[in-house]
Design a protein around this ligand. Sequence first.
Ligand SMILES: *Cc1c(COP(=O)(O)O)cnc(C)c1O
Length: 363
Amino acid sequence: MEQKILLTPGPLNTSRTVKEAMLYDLGTRDREYQDMVETLREKLLDLAHVSKEEYSLVFLQGSGTYGVESVLEGSVGKQEKVLILSNGAYGERMEQICKAHGIPYQIQSFSKLKKLPVNELEPYIAQEDITYVAFIHCETTAGVLNDIEEIMELIHRHKKISIVDAMSSFGSMDLNLKSLGIDFLITSSNKCLHGVPGVALIYGKKEAFERCEGKSDTLALNLYEQWKDMEQSHGAFRFTSPTHVLLALNQAVKELEEIGGITARHEHYILLQKMIRDAMEKLGFDAPVSKEDQAPVITTYFIPDWMDFSHFYEWMKERGILLYSGKLPGYQAFRIGNIGDLTVEDMERVRTEICNYVKEYKR
Ligand SMILES: *Cc1c(COP(=O)(O)O)cnc(C)c1O
């Protein structure tokens, strides 16, 4: 097997040192490991600009969706209701979760190619029977970045509780959970934090977790129990801890600090994205998302008439580069991600190969 350049939205390329951090087998009930988990939780709170007096960071075994499911299922009571503001597949996934658990919900769907229209949202948020409002910060479907500050302001104005899926944005841009006043935020180890897949990260206000008592009907996904246990047992997990995943995440966070933190990573992503976007523009590819609405993590391109995407995909794959198909119903599109442990040289190579392909096959 050879190393690939992953232009996907997760899992992503990880550094050699992140992978090497997993070479140790640690006991999950051992002090050394548990101290590392606790220190990592504190570091992750720092990255979100919150203190452990007000907020808590809960690890949940599984991919990001496990975290979203745990929060929706464990927080919204059967007598309450969650409003989902959706502009993509991940908003729709929240609806699937609500359906699966019989969680009372209302979904408002908007264009997948644009930001959520902030000036149209208030009447929905203001509805009296709504307790929670859930939305996606960066909708990875088309690569759209929603206006988190403005949406949070509306949520506060109407005293609702917020659930933010920041899976593909946390780590790609600085988010101050305290000043934004976010109640729950979900991200995962394997997106912009550059860890390996296997654990979801759930940030929450202490009072938001406290409200969850007795609400969950699940055992392993039970948000309240996972939180309470993690707060009380100093780095132990209720069920088998993903020790290697946490070792990798610990190393990944260290490396994030070393490069200068989230702001530096943001700048780097912007640079990589621009390299590809400029080249694609020159080659005549159209991007359906405007630059104002574009998230710094992944870009959608229309598949031009002359191109057979599966041929392009296989051709790039032979050269060690994995592209990502589109997920927009009604559009022929594909996506190019720019997150993960990628260098400018990697992106130069991607750019060169795309140019070569276009030269060879464009009719
Ligand atoms: C990747 C992603 C998820 C989680 O997907 P998993 O496959 O469960 O890791 C959720 N929401 C968004 C916006 C994502 O980009």
